[in-house]
Ligand binder design. Structure first.
Ligand code: SAH
Length: 349
């Protein structure tokens, strides 16, 4: 079956032209898909034979909301979407003053192995397609009735480990005939895959690149993030500088504050030194405690922030949203998997 949802307008035009359709059909189909049509039958301005051929040759399945949670505190909404093959991924909608932001997943699971992260515990099951990433934005907007103005690729998965599909998704969600979300309203977060950063830089997109740094020194970073054992902090920062030179966009460095691990004065000074050479700002994240991990949230965030600021570094501290609804990514999917296992176990008895 053809994955029509992942096709760009040019590919769709080529396919429909081969099918003997007039040139304007591609735009019609593209618009239906990007408005969230769930079947070809409902595409009422297409001739019946075309609709039938689309049904026969193309896959089109809306994700099903396996769970929905709404935070009573701040209106954050979390979805567990069940995909066509039964796998589930999480999507979070956060309500900020500057607009509604959707945080999407790029893979089912993750193989990066970060020690503090719930998404990686079961490894990577598979990559998501561009269409599945788009559907998370589209159906979260449709289901919630809240218009989405910003997208962040900060959910389950490592976007640069699924490079081609992610790039395709960016083009789709940015398309004027689709959701038309501006590149400057999109952030992509990576654990720091240097090759991927260089590859992305070559496209010169105006999105924000977030790099999950979490430690300024190799010993600590390698302990927290296995990816650092291949490529150390110095090479990562060099890639960030190349990215800035190529795109003109400053990097956002993510830094989850972990008690007694990466929150010392010395580490703040080291981090400030790194930022002196590389244009960017630091986003301090309160660690979300994951029950399988030994790490605890730092109690030194305010001090760490002040120390960075006194060295001239721009720092923001992420507000915790959805704390009452497992909104830290990976946790809802894990809970659902565990409950599924438990109920299957019961059935077997
Ligand atoms: N793979 C990408 C994007 C997904 S994670 C990346 O590594 O950047 C999005 C962000 O949440 C990353 O900065 C990640 O390190 C961070 N994160 C993961 N688990 C966390 C936790 N328990 N508490 C706080 N931040 C966490």
């Amino acid at each position: 079956m053809i994955d029509i949802k992942s096709m760009d307008l040019e590919e769709l035009s080529r396919m429909l032209e081969e099918w003997g359709e007039p040139a304007f059909r591609a735009g019609q189909v593209f618009s239906w898909l990007h408005r969230g049509a769930v079947s070809f039958e409902q595409m009422s301005n297409l001739p019946r034979p075309l609709r039938l051929r689309l049904v026969q040759e193309c896959a089109l399945a809306a994700p099903q909301a396996a769970r929905r949670q709404v935070s009573e505190r701040d209106g954050t909404r979390k979805y567990l979407w069940r995909l066509a093959d039964g796998n589930c991924v999480e999507t979070v909608l956060m309500r900020y003053r500057h607009g509604n932001t959707v945080c999407i997943s790029s893979q089912v699971g993750c193989r990066m192995g970060c020690a503090f992260c719930a998404s990686t515990l079961g490894g990577r099951v598979r990559n998501l397609t561009a269409g599945e990433m788009l559907d998370q934005v589209l159906f979260t907007q449709l289901d919630s009735g809240l218009p989405v103005s910003n997208v962040v690729l900060m959910g389950i998965g490592e976007p640069l480990d699924n490079f081609d599909a992610v790039l395709r998704f960016l083009r789709l969600v940015n398309h004027p005939m689709g959701m038309h979300i501006g590149m400057r309203h999109i952030s992509l977060s990576t654990c720091g895959l240097v090759e991927g950063i260089d590859k992305l830089a070559a496209y010169g997109l105006q999105l924000t690149l977030s790099v999950s740094l979490h430690a300024p020194d190799d010993a600590t970073r390698s302990r927290l993030m296995p990816v650092n054992r291949q490529v150390g902090v110095a090479s990562l920062m060099a890639a960030c500088r190349r990215y800035f030179e190529k795109t003109g966009r400053r990097i956002s460095f993510e830094y989850a504050m972990i008690d007694g691990v990466n929150d010392t004065d010395g580490q703040a000074d080291q981090l400030a030194r790194l930022l002196r050479e590389t244009p960017g700002h630091v986003n301090l994240i309160p660690l979300n405690h994951v029950k399988e991990s030994p790490w605890r949230p730092s109690r030194r965030t305010a001090r760490f922030q002040k120390r960075l600021e006194s060295c001239g570094v721009t720092v923001t501290v992420r507000r915790r949203l959805g704390g009452d609804i497992d909104a830290s990514c990976g946790q809802l999917r894990r809970r659902a998997l565990a409950e599924q296992d438990a109920s299957e176990g019961n059935d077997a008895k």
